[in-house]
Design a protein around this ligand. Sequence first.
Ligand SMILES: CC(C)(COP(=O)(O)OP(=O)(O)OC[C@H]1O[C@@H](n2cnc3c(N)ncnc32)[C@H](O)[C@@H]1OP(=O)(O)O)[C@@H](O)C(=O)NCCC(=O)NCCS
Length: 340
Amino acid sequence: MTEDPHDPGGERVILEELELSGRHLTVCEARPSDAPRVLEMYQRLSHRDTHLRFHSGFRPNAAFVDNWLDRSTRKGAVLIVIEGDTETGPVIADAGYIPSDPQTAELAMTIDPERRGWLGPYLLDVMVEHARAAGITNLVAEVLTNNCAMMTLLRARGCAFEPSSDLSVARVLIGTEAHTPVWAEGAPRPRILIEGSSGSWHGARAAQQAGIAIMVCPGPERGRAHRCPLLEGRQCPLVDDADAVIITLPPDDVTGRLLEAHERQGLRSQPMALSDALRERFGDIADRVTFELDPLVSGPETVDAAQAAIAEARDPDDQQGSQQANDGCGGPDRCDDAGP
Ligand SMILES: CC(C)(COP(=O)(O)OP(=O)(O)OC[C@H]1O[C@@H](n2cnc3c(N)ncnc32)[C@H](O)[C@@H]1OP(=O)(O)O)[C@@H](O)C(=O)NCCC(=O)NCCS
């Protein structure tokens, strides 16, 4: 028998073993020879599940599964859960990630319809730890916005969103090192954090066209306030590394506590935009912010004001540095090569 270079027949890499109601479950790294059993699990999915997993009516075939295992295991990993004997028992879940850059990887996962209820959160935890050990800091999932189970799973871990041009798909980020994702190392500046949106932000397109990086955080979810590091008195890497924060939360007590937490963390260095309703209710804090627009109704104007506020908040030494860096370039508006 020819040896498969990606399935050299060495020891199976087992990550966890569980006994549950008389069933033995093994969580391990997938090998190419597991493909037929992964395919059998996909074939047990309903049409709705298949659509949620693959974002189309496509029914996966053997070639697709071979490719998924091959690509993922060469560049990242696919973890599977096997019930019973590891070489012959059914695969009841898979979770894989493929790096898109050295710190970020795209994830996807499936749980057998008969085995849902706790396995999703458990396997996600194992995958997060596996990715962390491989040097990945953020995992990104492209999730259909009507996929309530996956959204709930990711939200419970403390997620943020990257604006997506397709409103039916959310790009959801989770961190591997803390309960918050981080800005990608190469993300451009300025960086604006939107707090309190469920995934999209109406100014995102204008901001991105202006070269601004946007990250959207749901803010402290009602009933899940402990997921917000600021409300626990800890630093939030998304806030720490943002140049401005736009808050779109309702003017309630949780938002009030969040504003106070921001202030404690050094509001001045991160200008914020507040809605009129927030200003009215939390005037004392609003007085100390520099960013004068209603983020609920403005689009490109908010982006312009954010840039102005960021420049104002920057320390004078820094401004001198960026002035020097800009010498000789008036920006795209004044550039003959800027194109149409
Ligand atoms: C998404 C998936 C992996 C989640 O795994 P799971 O074992 O079902 O996870 P759970 O049953 O714990 O559900 C996760 C959470 O969603 C909630 N949930 C499940 N179905 C829900 C629904 N239809 N509406 C609202 N919430 C739902 C659960 O109550 C749970 O929340 P809780 O922890 O607060 O109770 C699994 O459902 C699946 O394989 N779906 C089909 C394929 C898919 O969508 N993959 C993801 C593509 S990126």
